[in-house]
Design a binder for this molecule. Structure first.
Ligand code: ADP
Length: 218
């Protein structure tokens, strides 16, 4: 008998998402406990092993995840930080993030805020700010070098960073692996350090994380 996997509805109707579904347990080790994702969630979520490493580096009292999506990153930060503030502009993403956090047993450590990070930034203060801003979907890989000043959504990296600094001086940004390193260095400001860490999964570089402020290892 031909056994067809029991795909969730968003995967059943979009064959291009199947490659992500086959990797579901590297995205969420507890996927079968009831994790829910939508279409964008499938291709934006950071593999758990990668974000668990960043969460260890960002260990602190209060952390903000500015673009939380379906919550994969916030869940890992909730394991290493005392309080997690998870923000997303899309109310459905917030609902899914909350559900997924319950699945992992960490919902009580997370404050979920449905809103525009760019507008909320001036009222937020945290020990660390983590951002995985929209890259514009999987198209980033078509660029030889990804221009973080022109291609990030919703604003340039410089503008995003100036909002981010209102929240914390300790900032981590998760970006395409081909992001322009000169631009990343410039974001630190004159004479300030940046640490650009490549993120690997199964020996393949899948992204990079740029660390600023006190998150830079000396
Ligand atoms: P990608 O382009 O990397 O696939 P997405 O388009 O999925 O990224 O965006 C990542 C997340 O950021 C989404 O959940 C989206 O709703 C959220 N988002 C976008 N703009 C804002 C904003 N201004 N404030 C907060 N969240 C935002």
């Amino acid at each position: 008998m031909n056994s067809v996997p029991n795909f969730p509805p968003e995967i059943a109707k979009d064959k291009s998402l199947r490659k992500y579904w086959y990797k579901r347990f590297s995205l969420f080790t507890r996927f079968d406990a009831g994790v829910r994702l939508d279409r964008e969630g499938w291709y934006s979520v950071t593999p758990e092993e990668v974000i668990a490493h960043s969460a260890e580096r960002c260990r602190c009292n209060v952390i903000v995840d500015a673009f939380c999506g379906c919550g994969g990153n916030s869940i890992q930060f909730a394991f290493t930080c005392n309080q997690m503030i998870a923000i997303d502009i899309d109310p459905n993403k917030i609902k899914m993030a909350e559900h997924n956090a319950k699945t992992y047993g960490v919902a009580d450590k997370i404050k979920f805020i449905n809103g525009d990070f760019l507008k909320l930034a001036s009222n937020l203060h945290a020990d660390v700010l983590f951002m995985s801003p929209p890259w514009g979907g999987p198209n980033y890989s078509k660029h030889k070098i990804f221009d973080i000043e022109c291609s990030l959504i919703p604003v340039s990296a410089t503008e995003l960073m100036s909002k981010a600094r209102q929240v914390s001086r300790n900032i981590a940004i998760y970006l395409p692996r081909n992001s322009n390193t000169q631009q990343l260095t410039k974001l630190a400001g004159p004479n300030n350090p940046v640490e650009i860490e490549p993120n690997f999964l199964d020996r393949k570089q899948i992204a990079l994380t740029a660390y600023y402020g006190g998150l830079v290892r000396r």
